[in-house]
Design a protein around this ligand. Structure first.
Ligand code: SF4
Length: 354
């Protein structure tokens, strides 16, 4: 793969998945938007630019955020529970969710007038080998590609994931699930876990409030499962948008029948204060989150967790067979009672990736 230099001499990387169309026109094949991009233009995410008929990622080796987080914060409750994860993001996103809490890093490239401006603000230099080094130095057994959408910084994420694997680290994505099948198949050999936001069960809401579509997300969820990558699902319950019992049932049934009852479902409370464009909405009443939890359990999901509410057992892991409390969570404090991933009382498999 070629590297090119932008006018400000910051490195860019040629994208892995795109095809050339007529003239200098190209089509990006990284996410389900499959943008057709004219010369000197960028795709919808604002960070992939057509330079003379070749597509380049503007944010390669540029981290806009880097933190050491509990893995539970992603959230992952069945993947390396109780551990830390080196968490990184590059600027940009292929969605424009009204409820976004990280809009200051996900949406900014779209507001920048030129690729050079986007590049200049793309964050600190943090090459893949440095990310891996920092994970090891800080006793993080995994690297999370998170805060923004990892699909749109595929080349940066994938190169890091390959190095991480060589060093015995695990990789996890927190994603909107709107990638192409080609992207999924490319990352799957290096991807250990993914948490996908299943935001609505309604295509119109996906289009109106996120600039995305439902069907590619559903298809990708099934593919992730088939590829053998550990999967957890998150649904943010937003008043008037994603808070109906009908939608809770549709999502829970989809998870159970298409992904398997062992797939954890996180239902969490919306906070208007943190949202990009939904500050006119109230915070989600606790009862709505509890209703989603109940419906998930009634439909037969083994693990449902409710987030951002004050409830003693809402984030604990109980044995799906005998009901024993196996993992107690209090904020990000995690106390495990399981025996190597099995219930301490009846030995049932708790579907933990350890
Ligand atoms: S990653 Fe998606 S949004 Fe960005 S250029 Fe490619 S197809 Fe368009």
């Amino acid at each position: 793969m070629k590297r090119s230099t932008c006018p400000k001499n910051i490195s860019m990387k040629e994208c892995y998945l795109y095809k050339k169309l007529s003239g200098d026109k190209i089509q990006c094949q990284t996410c389900a938007h499959q943008c057709v991009i004219l010369s000197k233009q960028r795709g919808l995410c604002g960070i992939r630019v057509n330079i003379d008929g070749e597509l380049y990622l503007l944010t390669y080796s540029r981290a806009i955020a880097e933190n050491i987080d509990p893995i539970e914060k992603k959230p992952f409750f069945h993947f390396l529970p109780g551990t830390l994860s080196l968490s990184v993001a590059a600027m940009g996103c292929n969605f424009r969710c009204d409820n976004c809490q990280n809009w200051d890093i996900s949406q900014t490239p779209k507001q920048m007038g030129s690729p050079a401006e986007a590049l200049a603000k793309a964050g600190a230099a943090l090459p893949p080998e440095k990310i891996v080094e920092r994970a090891i130095e800080n006793d993080c057994p995994s690297i999370s590609y998170t805060y923004t959408e990892p699909t749109v910084f595929l080349e940066y994420a994938l190169d890091t994931m390959k190095l991480a694997k060589e060093k015995g680290l695990k990789n996890c994505w927190v994603s909107n699930g709107f990638m192409t099948k080609e992207t999924l198949e490319m990352v799957a050999p290096y991807l250990d876990a993914v948490n996908v936001d299943l935001k609505f069960f309604d295509d119109g809401l996906y289009q109106k409030h996120c600039g995305g579509r439902l069907q590619p997300v559903l298809d990708n969820l099934k593919t992730i499962k088939k590829l053998g990558v550990w999967l957890e699902i998150t649904t943010l319950i937003i008043p008037t948008l994603s808070d109906s019992e009908k939608m809770f049932k549709q999502i829970a049934k989809f998870i159970k029948t298409e992904l398997g009852p062992e797939t954890p479902w996180h239902v969490s409370r919306f906070s208007s204060y943190l949202s990009w464009k939904l500050q006119n909405l109230p915070d989600t009443p606790t009862e709505k989150v509890e209703a989603a939890y109940q419906i998930g359990k009634e439909i037969g999901l083994k693990y449902v967790y409710s987030g951002n509410i004050a409830s003693e057992n809402s984030e604990n892991t109980f044995c799906p067979k005998c009901g024993a409390l196996n993992i107690k969570r209090n904020g990000y404090r995690v106390k495990r009672h399981d025996k190597n991933g099995r219930c301490f009382r009846c030995s049932e498999d708790l579907n933990l990736i350890l």
